[in-house]
Design a protein around this ligand. Structure first.
Ligand code: M7G
Length: 316
């Protein structure tokens, strides 16, 4: 995804040029110009909606998500809101609570200009499990991702401090074992329940889990210990409350590690996609070629071009 949110993310987009979605007016409010084409996905349970539309003739994806109610604002919320009775029956009553604007925000993520791949990423789709051998990776997946994967420009912008520099919470600048730790843009940083940070490595030659060997153990151990230590100090969240993992397949082929709260069922944290960093470290300790050779199983969506490639190769 190449989304942005509010002021901070608008700043990030300003580092890119030729972006029609960011006229002087829309840089402040890119959604006011959105002409809705269709709703890609919505969930009453998750309280979010994914919209495909156009901003000044450019494709855009806008994600609106109601944010959780923070414990620290509860007192103010209850005190300063207006309450409208809906119904009363015996000991039961329901109300509409009209909260003051600053306690009633909607996290808004904008991807603009959005590619067809972005639109597909957010469209609800059936998915299928694929088994990929090391050979399949080199013959099918690697050629496909070399041409078709999402741009990692946003990652380079972070590493080069051209975007989100003020959001970085820790950096180890070592070119081999160093990384940058910052909030994932899925996290609004308002509450710890859905804490979500990503560690992005400085090295640019590691696409994914598949490229990892024992040569990278010091990098991985460094990320684990300094990442966990920083999160403990900064947010008071202990190691025992963190889920630290890599995705396979990732959306972005530049190595990064996800740090989420154990209590948060983040999208993509299921067994078919998430690989715990501690397991990865142990597997590489036992066998340097573990991820080079082993069969990796992962889900692909029905409209994913990679699925078609596996079908064409008779692997499905
Ligand atoms: P992934 O496993 O490659 O793909 O993770 P996924 O998006 O399918 O999970 C990339 C992670 O980077 C995700 O958790 C994204 O939410 C996050 N992310 C993506 N973009 C474009 C940005 C960004 O511009 N800034 C930040 N801070 N996080 C991003």
């Amino acid at each position: 995804m190449a989304d942005c949110e509010n002021g901070t993310e608008a700043k990030r987009l300003k580092t890119q040029s030729d972006n029609e979605c960011e006229s002087e007016h829309s840089a402040d409010n890119p959604v006011s110009d959105l002409e809705i084409t269709r709703v890609l996905r919505e969930s009453a349970r998750e309280k979010n909606i994914f919209i495909h539309g156009k901003v000044k003739h450019q494709d855009a994806v806008v994600i609106l998500e109601k944010t959780p109610i923070g414990q620290d604002t509860l007192k103010e919320l209850l005190k300063s809101s207006e309450l409208k009775l809906e119904m009363k029956n015996d000991v039961y009553s329901t109300y509409q609570l009209h909260a003051p604007a600053h306690l009633n925000q909607i996290k808004t993520t904008v991807v603009c200009p959005a590619t067809e791949k972005h639109v597909k990423k957010y469209l609800h789709q059936e998915s299928f499990l694929v088994e990929e051998s090391g050979e399949d990776y080199r013959n099918i997946t690697l050629p496909y991702i070399s041409n078709q994967s999402f741009s990692v420009q946003w990652v380079y912008n972070i590493l080069e401090k051209k975007a989100e520099a003020d959001r970085i919470i820790y950096e180890d600048p070592d070119p081999d074992t160093g990384f940058v730790l910052l909030p994932d843009f899925k996290w609004d940083q308002k509450q710890l329940e859905n804490l979500y940070l990503i560690a992005i490595v400085h090295r640019r030659d590691i696409k994914s889990l598949r490229d990892l060997t024992s040569e990278h153990l010091s990098l991985l151990r460094n990320i684990r210990s300094k990442g966990e230590d920083t999160i403990q100090k900064r947010y008071g969240v202990p190691v025992s409350k963190l889920r630290v993992y890599l995705h396979y397949q990732p959306s972005y082929y530049h190595l990064h590690i996800h740090f989420t709260s154990l209590d948060y069922e983040a999208p993509g944290c299921g067994v078919e996609r998430a690989h715990l960093l501690s397991d990865v470290i142990q597997n590489l300790q036992a066998d340097s070629g573990y991820y080079h050779d082993r069969i990796m199983t992962f889900p692909l969506r029905a409209d994913d071009g990679l699925l078609l490639k596996f079908k064409e190769a008779g692997k499905l």
